[in-house]
Design a protein around this ligand. Structure first.
Ligand SMILES: [Fe+2]
Length: 295
């Protein structure tokens, strides 16, 4: 909370990237004016409400056979208070989905500072349509103070901790770390403490910038967001603006780094301005498959 107090609204400063455009009001207002003047705003805002459901299959070598076919719904980067109509579009897309467990990889609030009541009110609408169990982490736009309110809505927060998921007497582990991008409060050792070394572990990390550490910790699969896939892209999906220090291949979709597999979702919401171009908001369902060992 002390780090938040002094650091939350900085434009230049700490974190993994030195410039934080989301905290730069002139840039945001300028972008809004330019988009509205060119009429692109209305098209981009419509795009931001067209949520796509992406099915992603991932083969994990150590996956217990009881979890073959297990489906994990991933949502990320809501920025819920930027435009309630985006939440309405999201809820509509969520209602008919089939999954076994839900994870949310951070960024519930629009701003990185200030009140979070409006975001919590919107989060309540989303949580009403999600099936349990639901596990979440915090992102760089979130306050630690939001945690009890999110948990009261049925979202169990993983702040450098993990849970064991049981199916037919077999287990996988879902671990979550605190925001590694801005607050750098992630603690892998604490999050993974006492997980059996041979167990399948899925890590929730707001940003994929932790990929090297995740590999060294033996994570099987890492789920991240934060990039919005670029949010405002060129035709073909190329992102001119990036906000993460990891390879471009990790900006969006499935990726791998040596034995570590990961997925970075383009997320369901918008930052700075409620528009998207050539980068639709996505809801991801990961289906876990048991991959036979090569030995
Ligand atoms: Fe973020």
């Amino acid at each position: 909370m002390n780090v938040e107090h002094y650091h939350a609204a900085e434009v230049f400063g700490g974190g993994r990237t030195r410039f934080h455009p989301e905290n730069f009001p002139i840039l945001r207002v300028g972008l809004q004016i330019a988009l509205r003047a060119s009429l692109l705003y209305w098209w981009g805002n419509w795009n931001a409400r067209q949520h796509q459901v992406r099915e992603n299959m991932v083969s994990l070598r150590r996956l217990p056979s009881a979890f073959d076919g297990f489906r994990i719904l991933q949502l990320s980067d809501f920025h819920l208070d930027i435009d309630p109509r985006i939440t309405t579009g999201l809820i509509k897309a969520l209602e008919s989905l089939d999954y076994d467990l839900c994870v949310i990889t951070g960024d519930y609030r629009s701003e990185t500072f200030g009140p979070y009541g409006a975001a919590i009110t919107e989060a309540a609408r989303v949580m009403k349509v999600l099936k349990q169990p639901c596990y979440g982490i915090l992102g760089n736009h979130d306050s630690l103070g939001m945690t009890p309110f999110l948990e009261a809505l049925g979202l169990r927060m993983l702040l450098n901790e993990h849970v064991a998921i049981e199916r037919d007497g077999e287990f996988i582990y879902i671990a979550g770390i605190d925001d590694p991008h801005y607050y750098e409060t992630e603690n892998f050792e604490q999050a993974l403490e006492d997980i059996p070394p041979a167990a399948t572990t899925i890590l929730l990390s707001h940003t994929a910038e932790t990929y090297r550490k995740a590999l060294s910790c033996g994570i099987d699969y890492m789920l991240s967001g934060h990039t919005h896939g670029g949010q405002i892209c060129l035709p073909g999906g190329f992102a001119p603006m990036r906000n993460a220090q990891h390879p471009r291949s990790m900006d969006k979709g499935p990726w791998s780094y040596h034995e570590l597999q990961g997925y970075t979702t383009a997320g369901v919401g918008c930052s700075m301005v409620p528009v998207r171009f050539f980068c639709p908001p996505e809801i991801v369902i990961h289906t876990l498959r048991h991959a036979p060992s090569a030995h």
